[in-house]
Ligand binder design. Structure first.
Ligand SMILES: [Zn+2]
Length: 690
């Protein structure tokens, strides 16, 4: 009876605490029983709450064995995690915790009060890695680090090393007094702990240890006692705590954390005795009235992600309505072809509509990651693949360019054009991007699948195996593919028992002549090739529902689905209002955006003209950049003749490489957007304006 009761609760829990349960189910029976009681309370307190109608399949249930992502995840585990932790040691980020704890002497010894957050983000990534690849040394290191963090926490739960250390010199920027919460605009007090909550939840789910989670709960309880209706008002200048609070709510079932997340969102744009921060922090008007993406792009996309979480859990329709308007505006007017957002370095912000410069594109790596978070959540809210089209675009392009193939060099801005001044850096004084990409890479398997009831979504294509828990059973699913370099995907579906359900396979927008779900970019030519599906060897005539081919049938073990995604080289044109791209073309193949780099094109890129009629063909180059498909062709280069005065047009070989792989072979010119033959541009712009 007790066991039955426990199982019932576990079912409820799984609905609400997906990730937690997937960790829990692999724990020992004894631990499971303890946690079941813990989570049963969580489920009871949450039973009136709604949630995302589509459930993500946790990354722990999806095992990559491919040549594209797995090597990156291995480099993240073997190089990036130890390297970024080492950087945190060397730059004083970890010493700050020791000093705040009284374990060491001195003043705050790194540059910014938000430096605590880098340590948290790396713990989050290290926890994800630990979960799928046990590493006793890393686990021990994290235990010791978490002990330091706990020691730095003040008795009432406050945790922010910059102020705990204050007033020891040197004082920290934006930490002006001993008073807590005195600079909510720039101090990052609440931003830091948002990352701490995310890290603490990840660590708990990875290890089953409550050490970090208890630190986070103690802190969140303090903040909840200070802020809220009838208490202190105000909002964090940099959003992030909202996401963290929701994660804390999911794992504890304490609705006060969800309520606090909603409070911080709802307070934005309302003065309530304070001066509004303005557009920079999306505090210029209430979030439900915001229609234009403005200000700091990372703050914005974290806020939108938090709003999606709260909308899912509370059914807040006004949030969702605002999010859809904001998303449409980003996708139609403010997104780079790489999926990057935030075009201006000034304020690390969105620009005006269609303000998408290439050489000065900011496109912060963190903004790309935040954009992925947001789009994933929009998919979970709606079941619509258009959000996954954007997610895939930013995943393969805007995010991956932020980290070198070696795993220890990083871009903060990710420009789409270079005159040779760019190279990845080993670290930054403001190190948000390296720590963010460190936590993101190991989580990628969590974006591949989702479920809704007994139905199963295939969002992304990666050679992998997964055990997916639907509402009624476990389904083993295997993908065999060389994606993104090849477009054939074989899926083997093995449900525990034969059952009717829908396998919803995303048919990417790029196979349907739609590079993005807006008019911001379009393919120059329409492709007649269509994605094809066969089930157990027989062609399957699918219709699209929200971008998915839904194959509803009685599935049995070892059923196979063969998917053919036409991977041709596509020329992309911009909306005419993107002045920077007027008369230029970009190249794509599948989800990969290409660029021309100096080293493959006789030393220069800025002198190239790519005729619309020039043939382009793919070539797999195992020897290049850890194995890539390049695009080859012929291009016209504007050059001087031997007299160094006469300008000539010279035909020469042309090679484009995946954008994410640029800047690995020295500094030089690079461009995503390449000038076209001028004779074609007039007719194209006329067509565009019709
Ligand atoms: Zn960043």
């Amino acid at each position: 009876m007790w066991v039955y009761h426990m199982e019932l609760h576990i079912r409820d829990v799984r609905t609400y605490v997906l990730e937690g349960w997937n960790i829990m189910k692999k724990q020992s029976i004894a631990t499971l029983m303890i946690l079941a009681v813990f989570f049963s309370c969580a489920a009871c307190t949450q039973k009136s709450r709604s949630d995302y109608p589509v459930k993500p399949v946790p990354f722990t249930d999806v095992h990559f064995s491919d040549d594209f992502w797995l090597p990156r995840m291995e480099i993240n585990r073997k190089v990036t995690i130890p390297y970024t932790l080492e950087q945190c040691e060397e730059t004083g980020r970890i010493k700050n915790f020791e000093i705040a704890a009284g374990m060491a002497e001195g003043g705050f010894c790194s540059a910014y009060p938000f430096d605590d957050s880098d340590v948290y983000k790396i713990i989050e990534g290290a926890s994800y890695s630990l979960k799928v690849h046990p590493d006793p040394d890393l686990g021990k290191y994290l235990d010791e680090l978490i002990a330091k963090i706990g020691a730095a926490q003040e008795d009432d739960g406050y945790l922010y090393t910059a102020r705990t250390i204050y007033p020891e010199p040197p004082k920290v920027r934006w930490v002006d007094t001993e008073e807590r919460w005195d600079n909510m605009y720039l101090g990052h007090e609440l931003y830091n702990v948002g990352h701490m909550y995310e890290a603490a939840v990840a660590h708990f789910q990875a290890t089953g240890k409550r050490t970090f989670l208890d630190i986070a709960i103690k802190n969140a309880d303090l903040i909840e006692s200070v802020f809220g209706p009838g208490k202190k008002t105000g909002v964090p200048g940099h959003q992030e705590i909202e996401i963290g609070l929701v994660k804390l709510y999911r794992v504890t079932g304490e609705s006060k954390y969800l309520d606090l997340a909603k409070f911080f969102l709802d307070e934005r744009g309302h003065p309530h005795g304070r001066e509004l921060y303005g557009e920079y922090s999306q505090d210029h008007m209430p979030v439900t009235e915001q229609t234009e993406p403005v200000g700091h792009a990372v703050r914005a996309a974290y806020m939108y992600s938090g709003m999606a979480d709260v909308a899912a859990l509370t059914g807040e329709a006004a949030y969702r309505k605002a999010l859809e308007i904001l998303w449409n505006n980003v996708i139609s007017k403010k997104m780079y072809l790489t999926g990057g957002i935030g075009s201006r370095s000034g304020g690390e912000s969105f620009g005006e509509d269609y303000e998408l410069p290439n050489a000065t594109a900011y496109c912060e790596t963190c903004a790309a990651i935040a954009h992925a978070f947001w789009n994933h959540r929009m998919f979970l809210l709606s079941g619509d693949a258009k959000y996954l089209d954007v997610l895939e675009r930013v995943l393969y392009n805007g995010i991956l360019s932020g980290i070198a193939l070696t795993g220890d060099l990083f871009f903060y801005p990710n420009p789409l054009e270079s005159h040779g001044q760019h190279e990845r850096s080993p670290w930054f004084t403001c190190a948000c991007c390296p720590s963010n990409v460190t936590r993101f890479v190991p989580s990628v398997p969590g974006y591949v699948y989702a479920t809704q009831g007994d139905d199963l979504f295939v969002n992304l294509f990666v050679h992998s195996e997964a055990n997916i828990q639907t509402d009624s059973q476990t389904v083993e699913i295997k993908q065999e593919t060389a994606y993104p370099w090849e477009g054939s995907v074989k899926i083997t579906v093995s449900p525990e028992k034969s059952k009717t359900f829908a396998l919803a396979i995303r048919i990417p927008g790029w196979t349907r002549n739609q590079p993005v779900p807006s008019g911001l970019y379009r393919y120059m030519d329409s492709s007649g090739q269509k994605a094809a599906i066969s089930v157990n060897g027989k062609p399957y005539d699918y219709t699209l529902e929200k971008g998915f081919a839904r194959i509803r049938r009685k599935w049995k073990r070892e059923d196979t689905v063969d998917i053919f995604l036409p991977l041709s080289v596509r020329r992309v044109l911009s909306h005419k209002k993107v002045e920077e791209n007027a008369g230029k073309v970009a190249l794509e193949r599948g989800p990969i955006v290409y660029c021309a780099e100096w080293v493959d094109n006789y030393g220069f890129v800025s002198n190239l003209v790519l005729y619309d009629t020039a043939q382009l063909w793919p070539e797999k180059r195992e020897d290049l950049l850890n194995g890539v498909v390049v695009l080859n062709g012929e291009v016209t280069a504007l050059k001087y003749a031997e007299d160094r005065v006469t300008e000539i047009n010279a035909e020469q070989k042309f090679t484009a490489i995946p954008y994410y792989a640029w800047a690995h072979r020295g500094k030089g010119e690079m461009a995503v957007w390449i000038p076209r033959d001028k004779s074609n541009i007039h007719s194209e712009s006329c067509r565009n304006s019709q």
